[in-house]
Design a protein around this ligand. Structure first.
Ligand SMILES: Nc1ncnc2c1ncn2[C@@H]1O[C@H](COP(=O)(O)OP(=O)(O)OP(=O)(O)O)[C@@H](O)[C@H]1O
Length: 242
């Protein structure tokens, strides 16, 4: 399923934070939303997930407007926020079952979906463990499993690897890429880390609320006359990306 943002602008009070942002996410692709701290990535996620109300522009999922048919559009979205949102004292299974209930899944369907996702994320053996006993990488995997319980077509991840060590970051990133490949999931992965982005990815460069580029990494380098993604980012924004 495609996600289309058209002419999205947003202000906190009088401060413009997103200015006329338009892009389309293609079905089954991994898209990197690349921008330094303060670029507006979390604000964009807030709008995509309806935590924030759209002020200008619209967002459509498979043609369904988030503004006009929010419930139908939101059913297609799974989200992993920057801050860990699991209950540490509940078990992995309880966290998933609670979330499945919020999405209106029956107990039976919820149990089946939990088992499927835990298996896929190699977490079945941890189902009865309180989340507090899991390391950071495993907690993040539980959050992604949870976001996929209702079988959304689009997965949004806001800096999901913050706080993880390098090997866990790489594993998580590879895992999500595999989901695109296996399930045709459309992914938007926000990051300020260039090493999480690959030249074949569709890369959206957000800087001070403006979308400066929306192309794959090869085109990005070609268009900026550079030979690496880090140099391309610097050429576009005048800033270093970490
Ligand atoms: N609730 C708020 N009220 C006022 N200004 C805000 C609010 N939230 C964010 N901002 C400002 O909006 C701008 C964009 O912030 P946002 O969090 O969307 O960026 P970001 O790219 O996600 O950065 P980070 O990686 O640091 O979260 C920043 O200048 C920030 O200070």
């Amino acid at each position: 399923m495609t996600l289309e943002a058209s002419s999205v602008s947003f202000r906190y009070g009088r401060e413009p934070v997103l200015s006329d942002v338009s892009f389309t996410l293609t079905e089954g692709r991994f898209h990197a939303l690349l921008g330094p701290n303060g670029a507006g990535k979390s604000t964009l996620f807030g709008l995509l997930t309806r935590l924030l109300a759209l002020q200008q522009g619209d967002i459509r999922l498979g043609g369904v407007s988030l503004k006009k048919q929010p419930a139908a559009a939101m059913r297609q979205i799974g989200v992993v926020f920057q801050q860990n949102a699991l209950d540490l004292d509940l078990t992995v299974q309880q966290n998933l079952m609670y979330h499945a209930g919020l999405h209106g899944l029956s107990r039976k369907t919820a149990r089946n979906r939990c088992a499927q996702e835990l298996e896929r994320f190699k977490l079945s053996a941890r189902a009865k463990d309180p989340v507090r006993q899991l390391n950071g990488g495993h907690r993040r995997r539980v959050e992604i499993a949870r976001a996929l319980l209702h079988q959304p077509a689009v997965l949004l991840l806001d800096e999901p690897s913050v706080g993880l060590d390098v090997p866990s970051r790489e594993t998580l990133n590879a895992h999500v890429r595999q989901l695109c490949h296996d399930d045709g999931l459309t992914v938007l992965w926000a990051t300020h880390l260039i090493e999480e982005v690959q030249p074949d990815d569709q890369i959206l460069v957000l800087h001070r609320g403006h979308l400066l580029a929306d192309s794959n990494g090869h085109e990005l380098c070609q268009n900026t006359g550079t030979s690496s993604l880090a140099d391309a980012f610097r050429a576009l924004t005048g800033e270093d990306v970490s």
